[in-house]
Design a protein around this ligand. Structure first.
Ligand code: DP6
Length: 345
């Protein structure tokens, strides 16, 4: 009996995009719940592809993880925590063997968050296995369930389940919004914001000095915690309105306030730290000067790292791309810029 169980194999493949947050998730409560809502769009070129093979077994769960063809044991603690957390939703994860093979379409250490795309792709693939094991399940909203599982792997991953724009965290104007999963808000977004470009200035490659997980923890006793929660809720409402009305100026002002506030929170944490590099600030100055001089819709955001995301409508590519190549490429490590855009399908 045990033999036949052990040779039962199930396979699934899935892909998911990375995303860039405009209103930032920063600080957690409970198990991977955000202290404030966040809003992001998914990126079309920055994808994770994941294949999994599940073999039934009797005692406990064992995992093998391969990243771009090579065993990567350093990721196992994160995967063990993740599978423990979601085993109540996907009971097959209590026993057996799981082989996970993952790869990214974007360069290593480019500053694009790979945990969002990889955890979203993994959650999708795991649900496929569950459906093979128990056809007809899940009978709940499948995307919301995948988003909920992805959140338990990495918070921002819950937004990567959707193409286009996603909202994670409760908001009074969106009844289906939740701290447990993200929702798609594309139907409420003006066409002006469905062709956005994201040109990522890779100011510094390599691992960050302080991980986002530690950064979130430092919000627990942060002196500006309550103020930050208030600000993020207001910015979420204002951003949703700007997205709905197609108002780029309002969008840009929220985008920059959020980016700089995130880094301000890091600089005022205890211990305080900064992830920005001198070139990050130089790039911001050049972007503002060029924008003000030419009166063009262009803004920037920054994740938990030194790299600058320049956000602008596709209609202004012809003016902005040459500016980036001439004035911003010299600020990037090895002159690297990743020209990406919103994923809409
Ligand atoms: C600055 O989702 O990477 O990118 O939940 O600990 O995995 P964990 O954190 P993570 O945090 C992302 C923070 C951010 C802002 C955002 O994407 O909203």
């Amino acid at each position: 009996m045990a033999n036949s169980i052990e040779t039962e194999l199930y396979t699934a493949k899935a892909s998911a995009p990375s995303n860039i947050a405009i209103v930032k998730y920063w600080g957690k409560k409970g198990i991977q719940e955000p202290v404030n809502p966040s809003v992001s769009f998914s990126l079309s070129k920055a994808l994770s592809h994941t294949s999994i093979t599940y073999t039934r077994g009797l005692d406990g769960l064992t995992i093998d993880f391969l990243f771009e063809g090579k065993t990567k044991a350093s990721f196992l603690p994160k995967l063990n925590t993740f599978t423990d957390r979601i085993a109540d939703y996907l009971p097959f994860l209590k026993t057996g063997h799981l082989k996970i093979e993952s790869s990214n379409t974007f360069p290593h250490s480019s500053g694009i968050a790979s945990s969002a795309s990889s955890m979203a792709a993994l959650a999708k693939a795991l649900i496929e296995i569950q459906m093979q094991l128990r056809p007809g399940e899940p009978n709940l909203n499948k995307e919301q369930l995948i988003s909920n599982l992805a959140r338990l792997g990495s918070g921002s991953a819950c937004r990567s389940v959707y193409s286009g724009w996603a909202l994670w965290g409760t908001n009074d104007n969106y009844k289906e919004s939740s701290n447990n999963h993200a929702i798609s808000i594309n139907k409420q977004v003006h066409a002006n914001f469905m062709n956005l470009q994201d040109s990522i200035l890779v100011i510094r490659k390599g691992a960050k000095a302080v991980s986002s997980t530690v950064g979130h923890q430092l919000m627990d006793n942060h002196p500006y915690r309550e103020g930050r929660i208030k600000q993020a809720n207001k910015n979420t409402n204002d951003l949703l309105k700007a997205l709905n009305e197609g108002d780029f100026d309002a969008f840009a002002s929220i985008c920059e306030e959020e980016a700089l506030s995130l880094h301000g929170l890091m600089m005022s944490s205890s211990p305080a730290y900064t992830l920005l590099a001198p070139e990050s600030l130089r790039a911001i100055k050049r972007i503002k000067k060029f924008r003000d001089h030419h009166h063009i819709p262009m803004t920037f955001t920054i994740d938990a790292g030194p790299n600058i995301h320049i956000i602008y409508p596709a209609t202004h590519k012809k003016v902005i791309v040459p500016f980036i190549n001439e004035h911003l490429v010299p600020l990037c490590e090895n002159g690297e810029v990743i020209f990406d855009q919103i994923m809409t399908e």
